[in-house]
Ligand binder design. Sequence first.
Ligand code: HEC
Ligand code: HEC
Length: 317
Amino acid sequence: MKKTLKVFAIIIGIVLVFLVYVQFTFKQKFEVPVTGIKASSDSATIAHGKYLVLGASHCYACHTNDSLRALKLKEPLMGGNVYKTPFGNFNIPNITMDKETGIGNFSDEQLARAIRYNVNHEGFAMAGFMSYNSMSDEDITAIISYLRTTTPVRNQVPEHDLNMLGKVIVRFLIKPYEEVQVSKVVPDSTAEYGKYFAYTLGQCNSCHTKRDKLGRFVGQPFAGGFEWDMPDAKYMSANLTPDDTTGRIAHWGEEVFIQRFRAGRLLEGSPMPWEGYQQISDRDLKALYKFFNSLEPVKNNTVTYVPKPKEPAIAEN
Ligand code: HEC
Ligand code: HEC
């Protein structure tokens, strides 16, 4: 009996020491390569950056406060949204040019490293919300150049509030993106550029490929089936492969595909950032269309929208 107690006490002791160790060391600084990327004041570069930040790459969808989003404002990237996860709460940073509470005092290199390697301005590895790592030098340059033109908004966003499980995960599992393949692309309407757009610029794969609870890809690329339980309905990402019977766009001509994007949001609660994608240029939509049609057809019936019954207006007693 005494011996069991002793073993038990030792185990508790080890666990406590481990937790104290995690508490003090969970934030790890990482050295990542220098990108050498510098912001430009060229107006075409800034305009392309704006197209990416507020459109195709939809940075606004996370970095704009929800209350602003309800007003359909995509600027000013002031942060403040809270992502509640089983690992604790992540507070989305302010990426306006404010010097004290935003990115005003971060160097171009710090911003470029955040986008390419997923380390924040202090060198800490960030949780994998962003996966723009293979973006070309030109596109990262454009994004940073646009961010430099944003109106500074003072909004002090608190640090993430992680629980012990979150801290253990950050300490041992969260790493910067190390194996980065920088893309070299020629923007045009080919399937090849569409592939770059779908995986990197627009991150279509992050929702249109099925993932498990830890965010790992488990489905066939772009065959849809990833689900969301939203207040108004259950949503599922559509199968974008050209399967004759289950592919959502299999019978859409290129023009129908383009018009679907021009129409923007049709389902109020859909997680897809349609407001940004609505602005994708014809050329880029043509490239996406060619790319999706070049994929292997995958049979996967995706029921994208199942509305929930509305709450009765008068409660029944
Ligand atoms: C899916 C949500 C999401 C999208 C989309 C997104 N971000 Fe982020 N971003 C985050 C979160 C969450 C963090 C903080 C992560 C952490 O600290 O672990 C962050 C951190 C950052 C940081 C680091 C700030 C610092 O303190 O160093 C920068 C810079 C940034 N994002 C820029 C961008 C840009 C530019 C885009 C678009 C190309 C973008 N983000 C798109 C969620 C997002
Ligand atoms: C944040 C998740 C998310 C991202 C990112 C995303 N989608 Fe979707 N997509 C969805 C969901 C959910 C649906 C089903 C609900 C709807 O139609 O809005 C959907 C539906 C669609 C549809 C079918 C629309 C219809 O009317 O039937 C097309 C086409 C589509 N997505 C293409 C894309 C492309 C192209 C991209 C990248 C540029 C993309 N999606 C990025 C979640 C996403």
